[in-house]
Design a protein around this ligand. Structure first.
Ligand SMILES: Nc1ncnc2c1ncn2[C@@H]1O[C@H](COP(=O)(O)OP(=O)(O)O)[C@@H](O)[C@H]1O
Ligand SMILES: O=c1ccn([C@@H]2O[C@H](COP(=O)(O)OP(=O)(O)O)[C@@H](O)[C@H]2O)c(=O)[nH]1
Length: 240
């Protein structure tokens, strides 16, 4: 078996990805499939860290639109990400994959506090590490948390697995004629206002030269093919 193309990656999954065809919550079959992908990556020798969103349960912006204090809404949203993280940990452990949830918010009767050095040790020991509660601060998203944690742990690649095949000149869901970008620079994504990932997350990746790949969560075998060095989705790297 050839060595994987990457030693350590961070995989960002939206909460929505866990819904499957549902309108909210977690589809156990989807969770099982995603956990199986993580298991296979770790078995191939890749150290895998995860950031899972909470959009299948709550988003602060949505709660605020209906009158809730935004900070409170974001705190609820961050707790939603903890729920998803615990669910992922449960299914990984039932697959005999050691997994640790490390939260940016102190809830250490439910999961570990996020401590960077411990996260790295867990990864070095072949454990899946699931970062929960995003950055721990309101007004951010788990995309930004994914960029932040990828940089902190020295990941070689940040993968945003989402609902489209990569980055386009416009939202391909709204504009089917949009042009696919197999490769682009962070500055191009910012200049063109490409909304696939929030600007904070993209700027963090740019400023710390964190390669970012956006790919379709539903493309079969996409992750193992990517680890074998195939060019999947869109790659965002430094440049003008
Ligand atoms: N330029 C773009 N290229 C690709 N996707 C885009 C773009 N602009 C907006 N999108 C939308 O962004 C979505 C991915 O962002 P987001 O919904 O935050 O993902 P997720 O919920 O998977 O984290 C895609 O499903 C797509 O509809
Ligand atoms: O650092 C963070 C990360 C997340 N959130 C809140 O948690 C919600 C769920 O995260 P996100 O929307 O990123 O989930 P996804 O879109 O990936 O499902 C967000 O909407 C925010 O309200 C936050 O306040 N700070």
């Amino acid at each position: 078996m050839t060595a994987p193309a990457y030693r350590r990656i961070l995989l960002k999954l939206s909460g929505e990805a866990l819904m499957g065809t549902g309108s909210h919550g977690i589809d156990p079959d989807v969770l099982e499939r995603l956990a199986g992908d993580v298991r296979d990556l770790i078995a191939s020798g890749v150290q895998v860290a995860l950031v899972i969103g909470g959009g299948n349960i709550f988003r602060g912006a949505g709660l605020a639109e209906r009158g809730m204090d935004r900070v409170t809404g974001d705190q609820i949203g961050m707790l939603a990400t903890v729920m998803n993280a615990l669910a992922m940990q449960d299914v990984l452990e039932r697959m005999s994959v050691p997994a640790r949830v490390m939260s940016a918010i102190k809830i250490n009767q439910v999961c570990e506090d996020y401590i960077r050095r411990r996260a790295v040790r867990h990864l070095e020991k072949g454990r899946a590490v699931i970062f929960a509660a995003g950055t721990g601060n309101p007004f951010f998203t788990t995309d930004s948390a994914a960029s932040l944690r990828a940089i902190e742990i020295g990941a070689e690649l940040l993968i945003k697995a989402t609902k489209v095949d990569g980055i386009y000149s416009a939202d391909p869901v709204k504009e089917p004629s949009a042009t696919f970008y197999p490769r682009l620079s962070y500055d191009q994504a910012l200049r063109e206002g490409l909304q696939v990932m929030d600007a904070t997350a993209i700027v963090l990746c740019r400023d710390h030269a964190m390669p970012l790949r956006v790919m379709n969560i539903n493309e079969p075998d996409a992750l193992p093919r990517l680890m074998r060095g195939e060019d999947i989705g869109s790659l965002v790297v430094s440049g003008n």
